[in-house]
Design a protein around this ligand. Structure first.
Ligand code: ZN
Length: 445
């Protein structure tokens, strides 16, 4: 699911929820050449992951073929549609679209040809004169001369409807009040309005949403980096952050709020605050927003994630402590695994050659041994940040060592990496015995 489609779904969802409407899901699967079951399953998964739970559906158009077939016949009876027997070969020779070759075939002749087994499509009898008007909620009144519209196909040779016929029939029968869709459909809307008129139905209100541009301009596509909901999920973005970010690509709550919960977005949403101008996708901002949403999650969320990662650890309070320490540093939830590893498993080697080159000296093993002995002296019940810090300070002062030259090598031995939360907090969390054990293996580094 492309993020553009996701944003369209988000606006439909927010609008339905904000106005007490029904957000229903309809699968427009009538183009059998493009039908792909995996793509359908991905789409359903992505909608669920985004939290856009539908109130009704999914309705599958492929299960409603009889309804569209009858609707097409109804238009033929009313004189608004006709059978077209032109072959693909003939149509390919036409340079300026369909030439209305079959528009005036007498009904008896059409009937005979159908009975003789000739293949046909059903086309709409677009008025040759006049104009068709509709009012787009974002762009205002749009008027199209009917002579610019072709006699569009309603029912294809395989008896499947086109998007035009199926969406009009369904939007009417499913009592759709508002159609919020991408602006690539804006040129089709006059045709849809003509169809509503021909059926004698009231058309819904239309709102065509502007495209999302790539940061450097042009359409946002896979070639230019992540562009689908699945891409961002795999990168470790929270669904809430992605929904929040996408909602603001073209809409604003009317104040300076940016980080919002789904409930806050619903409460603030209105179509009047959607901007008609195309907006660019700014992944840096999405990253920032993801961090904000991570910070807003309770520590227990990350404690539960850690529990899944380290099923052998029995210490419940440790999960919460590690969650507290790492949450402020996470940009992506996917970083939790790599960032938490040393809290639960001794590092096998130094994974940070740069920090090692900078801080490790020929005296480091000796220094670590001294501080290890100081830590051991602390009674278990007093093994706290204050006393851990005092142990390091004592070794520094009595031997004239700078804290960095003691703490950084100790960190490398305990964690295997040179960066992370405060060292005293880490040592307290890992515990005295394990830290002393790791420091005893300093020569392996
Ligand atoms: Zn024809």
């Amino acid at each position: 699911m492309h993020v553009g489609g996701a944003r369209t779904a988000i606006y439909n969802y927010l609008f339905a929820k904000a106005t007490g409407g029904t957000f229903y899901l309809r699968i427009e699967d009538t183009d059998r050449k493009r039908y792909n079951e995996d793509a359908l399953n991905d789409l359903l998964r992505d909608l669920k992951w985004l939290g856009l739970n539908w109130d009704e559906g999914p309705y599958f158009q492929s299960e409603r073929l009889e309804i569209y077939g009858n609707a097409a016949l109804e238009l033929i009876e009313k004189g608004h549609a006709y059978y077209c027997f032109c072959t693909e070969e003939r149509l390919q020779t036409l340079e300026h679209g369909y030439d209305r070759h079959c528009r005036d075939l007498p009904p008896e002749e059409a009937k005979k040809r159908i009975e003789a087994g000739e293949k046909f499509v059903i086309r709409f009898k677009t008025p040759l004169e006049g104009t068709t008007k509709f009012s787009d909620l974002l762009r205002g009144e749009i008027e199209t001369p009917n002579k610019d519209l072709d006699d569009l196909v309603l029912l294809k040779r395989d008896k499947f409807p086109t998007y035009h016929l199926a969406s009009v029939v369904d939007d009417h029968s499913m009592q759709t009040s508002h159609v919020l869709r991408g602006d690539e459909w804006i040129s089709s809307t006059p045709k849809h309005v003509l169809l509503y008129n021909a059926f004698g139905w009231e058309a819904p209100l239309f709102c065509h949403l502007p495209v999302i541009l790539a940061p450097g301009g042009g359409k946002l596509s896979k070639r230019k980096g992540a562009a689908s909901v699945g891409d961002f999920r795999d990168l470790g973005y929270l669904s809430h952050a992605l929904v929040n970010f996408l909602s603001l690509l073209g809409w604003s709550p009317g104040d300076d709020r940016e980080v919002m919960s789904l409930k806050e977005m619903i409460d603030a949403f209105s179509l009047e605050r959607i901007h008609p101008k195309a907006v660019a996708f700014d992944e840096k901002k999405l990253e920032w927003m993801n961090g904000m949403h991570i910070r807003a999650l309770p520590d227990s969320f990350f404690a539960d994630e850690l529990k899944k990662l380290y099923p052998n650890c029995q210490d419940e309070s440790k999960f919460l402590k590690v969650a507290e320490l790492l949450k402020p540093r996470l940009k992506f939830t996917t970083e939790l695994a790599s960032m938490s590893k040393y809290f639960f498993e001794a590092p096998e080697k130094c994974e940070d050659e740069k920090a090692k080159a900078k801080y490790w000296t020929e005296h480091s093993i000796e220094h670590i041994d001294w501080v290890s002995k100081e830590l051991e002296k602390i009674p278990n019940e007093d093994f706290c940040i204050k006393n851990i810090e005092a142990a390091f300070m004592k070794v520094c002062e009595s031997n004239g060592i700078k804290l960095g030259l003691l703490a950084q090598p100790a960190r490398l031995v305990i964690c295997g990496v040179g960066a992370g939360p405060g060292l005293w907090e880490i040592i307290e969390c890992i515990g005295k015995n394990e830290c002393v054990y790791r420091m005893g293996k300093a020569k392996n580094f």
